[in-house]
Design a protein around this ligand. Structure first.
Ligand SMILES: NC(=O)c1ccc[n+]([C@@H]2O[C@H](COP(=O)([O-])OP(=O)(O)OC[C@H]3O[C@@H](n4cnc5c(N)ncnc54)[C@H](OP(=O)(O)O)[C@@H]3O)[C@@H](O)[C@H]2O)c1
Length: 369
């Protein structure tokens, strides 16, 4: 079973499941309350994930106003699995709107946030502590230094970033490397067949700098399960996007057509659309893990089978083409079409013959013929 396979996260020794469990819907308060789950409902989901062999669990202090962490803390203690789980949480969002230092990525808030998360999670260390969102204010050096201090203090094991521009992550990693501070090992970003934004900058950056990418909303919040249909007001169907309109986006004709392609691919493989969509994400270049969310243990069960089959190259190509967003402007220059301007057409630059040895050309002889 594929859930028994673990990947190293970025350039680190941390072994994580290729499908992580998202717990943004554990709890019934705050921003995510509209589709939140009670502790009892969450228990069934969490237990199913562990039974399948999963070890990578994602939460944040902001989710359901802290309830996600509290529930997770209870469930880990109850199942006695704290050490087995690779526990990820995040800071950034404000916990007190009246206090300018109760949010953002400054040192004061980072330390306050980690202490509060540790209390709610009923543990004395966090495996992977992530900056949730770039605050556009705090100097990157301050964040990296605080990550380093928290690691040395034993509060966290690894550091990473979520929802930041690629230049910011590259700056953080380079600063950490240059100053022998703890490196970032993970980068959590939105990625799915309906959102391929990160392919342009973040994926190559992550591969180059040793950051393992973890993809959030691999099903586009449920859109890619195929349970919604196009309607006057955007979309209709049973599920969190239909009931709450929480997707906060409209869907293009290309995205609705993509669903038809995905349905065809899934049918050829004899799997569900959700399984095909998650498989595509988790097996894309640079992706360490896809973070799946579920409303029930049955949903999760189905999604966890997403890596039990191989997506053949020709079917991947169908999905690639149906979901492709052509690169614009500058980014067109980094595609194969432009490569011929940089390298002589037909010249082999990659594979050298086994007997290859550099030749020092005799320019004088050449010139005289
Ligand atoms: N760093 C960030 O900024 C950020 C942002 C968002 C999420 N995340 C993380 O990523 C995790 C996953 O995000 P997500 O929940 O948006 O992921 P997702 O996997 O794209 O969507 C999950 C939702 O799709 C529906 N679904 C899943 N499997 C299904 C199935 N087999 N059949 C029918 N419907 C199914 C369920 O909603 P319904 O049943 O209600 O339709 C479920 O809650 C979160 O829990 C969180 O940990 C991080």
């Amino acid at each position: 079973m594929s859930m028994n396979h673990y990947y190293l996260l970025g350039r680190s020794g941390l072994r994580v499941s290729r499908l992580a469990l998202g717990t943004m819907n554990f709890g019934t308060a705050g921003f995510h309350a509209a589709y939140g789950k009670t502790e009892e409902e969450a228990r069934a989901i969490f237990r199913r994930y562990l039974e399948a062999g999963g070890n990578f669990v994602d939460t944040a202090d902001f989710y359901t106003a802290g309830q996600s962490e509290t529930i997770l803390g209870n469930l880990m203690a109850e199942a006695k699995v704290r050490d087995r789980v690779v526990l990820t949480t995040k800071f950034t969002n404000s916990v007190d709107p009246g206090d300018p230092n109760a949010g953002g990525n400054g040192r004061k808030h980072m330390i306050r946030a980690v202490e509060a998360s540790l209390r709610r999670l009923r543990t004395d260390y966090i495996d992977l502590f992530l900056l949730h969102t770039w605050d556009r204010i705090t100097p990157v050096e301050e964040v990296v230094r605080t990550f380093d201090d928290l690691t040395r203090a034993g509060k966290i094991r690894y550091a990473g970033l979520s929802d930041v521009p690629a230049w910011y992550a590259a700056r953080a990693q380079s600063h950490a490397e240059a100053n022998s501070l703890v490196p970032m090992v993970g980068l959590q970003l939105p990625y799915s067949l309906i959102d391929r934004t990160i392919e342009v900058e973040h994926v190559p950056m992550g591969r180059e700098l040793g950051l393992g990418l973890t993809a959030w909303s691999p099903l586009g919040g449920g859109f890619l399960t195929g349970k919604y249909r196009q309607a006057d007001q955007g979309l209709a169907g049973e599920g969190r996007l239909g009931e709450t309109g929480s997707s906060g986006r409209s869907y293009t004709d290309q995205e609705w057509r993509l669903l038809a392609t995905l349905e065809g691919v899934a049918a050829k493989l004899g799997v569900t659309m959700a399984q095909a969509a998650v498989n595509w994400v988790a097996t894309q270049p640079g992706i360490a893990s896809a973070i799946v969310g579920a409303s029930s243990a049955a949903q999760l069960d189905a999604n966890l089978a997403a890596l039990d089959f191989e997506l053949p190259a020709e079917l991947r190509a169908e999905l690639d083409e149906a979901s492709a967003v052509p690169p614009r402007s500058l980014y067109q220059m980094f595609t194969p079409a432009y490569q011929s301007w940089l390298v002589t057409p037909g010249a082999k630059v990659a594979d050298k013959p086994a007997e290859y040895a550099p030749v020092v050309r005799n320019w004088t002889a050449d010139a005289t013929g």
